[in-house]
Design a protein around this ligand. Structure first.
Ligand code: ATP
Ligand code: MG
Length: 361
């Protein structure tokens, strides 16, 4: 791994491909990252969500990132490239994936080892991201089209979304809507997530209206939830995601148990052909994704899932040569992991003095 990190440059440093596996379900007695993550979960308001959300809710050391997108855009190809021994079936036909594939990627941080040494920790467990390769989504999914509802419940259980957007032209690879059009693809996914949130909010508001609680504390909470949900409802009706809505802290807290889909942070993954890697901005689809990502307050990474999948099959020494032949020096996966890492705001906790203490458990 050390050789690979050096070889593939800084963007790849610290990124470890790990086998498909289920992470431990309990915290080890002494670890440096579980407290960190737990704090992160709590501070971002996702801790309670992780413990309370979804049928498969459990305590996990990993943050979960869901790979979503239209069918046949390269989600499983990307998953296999990131997760060593990733065995997701990736093939040129829509709805190839039905049940989600799960894998864990460890992200060691050099600073973590320094802190671990200082604290004489018995065990140091790097931060990890659990990746979930989710079935493709089509228009009408919120009403059950395609694999609709099943897909949406898989998204509800992740902490962040990696949305793969097809930016490569290839007549041999079927596009479910007949042409490569990132804006339309992104709109389809966002609309389905919005519809799903709207339906959930309507039901919840109805319930809140009928509430007859006499408990003053509960009343205050319900009021906060109602005002938060009404603000979000207005934004959703306007086509804007819940995460774009400014809420007071008490409103945020009151609505977090709903795990709204459009509240989750998103990174758009522009999936390009190998010849675009050296100069991705030369591809107008990539530019379009970049603009939309900014408009939607989201991150963006350009990657070729196909190249990454091929790279992962090569002996380490040959990877650098292959990248060089494409006019690039770094694997796109490093950037993707870095972007996810940044999006999740984990770095702060390694560098902010008072929070470093949280590393000791
Ligand atoms: N950057 C790329 N350039 C060319 N072909 C690609 C690229 N990325 C993926 N593909 C090809 O696209 C096809 C679909 O890939 P994949 O099975 O990963 O899609 P998917 O999004 O997981 O689909 P589904 O939703 O049906 O599960 C495969 O044949 C794969 O090799
Ligand atoms: Mg798939």
């Amino acid at each position: 791994m050390a050789t690979m990190s050096r070889a593939l440059g800084s963007a790849f440093a610290g990124f470890t491909r790990t086998p498909t596996m289920t992470p431990p379900t309990t915290f080890p007695p002494q670890c440096t990252s579980s407290a960190l993550l737990l704090h992160w979960h709590r501070s971002r308001g996702s801790g309670a969500r992780r413990f309370a959300c979804g049928r498969n809710a459990r305590i996990s050391m990993s943050l979960r990132a869901g790979i979503v997108g239209l069918p046949n855009v390269g989600k499983s190809t990307l998953f296999n490239a990131i997760v060593e021994n990733g065995k997701a079936q990736a093939a040129n036909f829509p709805f190839c994936t039905i049940n989600p594939n799960v894998g864990v990627v460890a992200i060691p941080d050099a600073r973590l080892h320094v802190l671990s040494k200082l604290s004489k920790s018995q065990q140091t467990i790097p931060t990890s991201i659990e990746l979930v390769d989710i079935a493709g989504l089509v228009k009408g999914a919120s009403k059950g089209e395609g694999l609709g509802n099943q897909f949406l419940s898989n998204i509800r259980e992740v902490d962040s979304i990696l949305q793969v957007v097809r930016c490569f032209e290839d007549d041999d690879i079927v596009h479910v809507n007949g042409k490569v059009d990132p804006k339309s693809d992104i709109d389809v996914i966002n609309l389905e997530l919005i519809f799903c949130d709207l339906e959930q909010i309507e039901k919840r508001l109805d319930k809140l209206k009928k509430s007859k609680t006499k408990d003053q504390q509960v009343k205050v909470k319900e009021q906060a939830e109602k005002s938060g949900l009404e603000k979000i409802q207005t934004a959703l009706m306007d086509g804007k995601p819940a995460r774009s809505v400014e809420l007071a802290d008490h409103e945020k807290e009151a609505i977090q148990h709903l795990c709204l889909l459009t509240m989750k942070p998103v990174i758009y993954v522009a999936n390009v052909t190998e010849s675009d890697l050296a100069e991705p901005d030369g591809n107008p689809h990539v530019k379009e994704v970049a603009k939309l990502a900014t408009d939607l307050q989201s991150g963006m990474v350009t990657i070729s899932a196909q190249v990454e999948a091929e790279l992962s099959e090569l002996p380490i020494e040959e990877r650098v040569e292959y990248l060089k032949s494409l006019g690039v020096t770094e694997s796109g996966l490093g950037n993707l992991v870095k972007a996810t890492y940044d999006l999740l705001g984990l770095r702060t906790y390694f560098t902010t003095g008072d929070k470093v203490n949280l590393l000791y458990c």
